[in-house]
Write a protein of this length. Structure first.
Length: 202
């Protein structure tokens, strides 16, 4: 068992930092978009924040692809890590392709949002699994592995909260309930780029 964290190549660390920063800014833009445009209301507005978020998400996951591959190579001796590397790679590539199709107008948002969201969840599960592998081997710093565990713990909480909010919206007609229920999900969603940033900085 290793007692020192793996040293990542400088190029991989730079990509991790770039992807983390892009993801965090994308999340800020998304929150501002919901505040400004209020897409759940009867008269939703329009804002440049939405398209800017879409571009940044593409850049975030484009930078994540080599990070997934790099961490997978560094933990090639762990069978579970190898399996999760495949899942993380497929998830990241899917987000990149779907975001590109959205930005070019080939695929409408209504058809794109669900597979992108599911791919994002798969990427978060990958981060949690790789963190667990890194904790077992000592390959990742403690701060990274703790945040990875927090992502995995927070995911089911976020799903339940959103489900309750969505149910209240449908049954009681409270238009903003689904957005309120999505707040825990937004917090967990932000943890992935923060985790990626930590990988690069540590």
């Amino acid at each position: 068992m290793r007692t020192d964290p793996l040293r990542l190549p400088p190029s991989l660390r730079l990509q991790a930092v770039a992807g983390g920063v892009a993801g965090l800014v994308a999340d800020v833009f998304l929150v501002l978009f919901y505040v400004v445009a209020r897409p759940w209301g009867d008269d939703p507005g329009d804002s440049w924040l939405g398209p800017a978020n879409d571009v940044l998400v593409l850049l975030q996951y484009l930078a994540l692809v080599p990070v997934v591959l790099g961490l997978g190579r560094l933990m090639a001796g762990d069978a579970r890590a190898r399996g999760w590397t495949r899942i993380g790679l497929v998830a990241a590539v899917l987000v990149v392709v779907l975001q590109a199709l959205l930005l070019t107008g080939v695929l409408p948002f209504a058809y794109q949002v669900v597979p992108v969201s599911l791919s994002g969840v798969a990427a978060m599960c990958w981060a949690g699994a790789i963190s667990a592998a890194g904790a077992r081997s000592g390959a990742l710093p403690a701060a990274v592995t703790r945040l990875g565990r927090a992502i995995v713990i927070g995911l089911p909480v976020a799903v339940v909260a959103f489900g309750v909010g969505f149910l209240v919206t449908v049954v009681a007609g409270v238009s903003w309930a689904w957005a309120a229920g999505g707040i825990p999900g937004a917090v967990v969603w932000t943890m992935l780029p923060l985790w990626t940033l930590l990988v690069g900085l540590r």
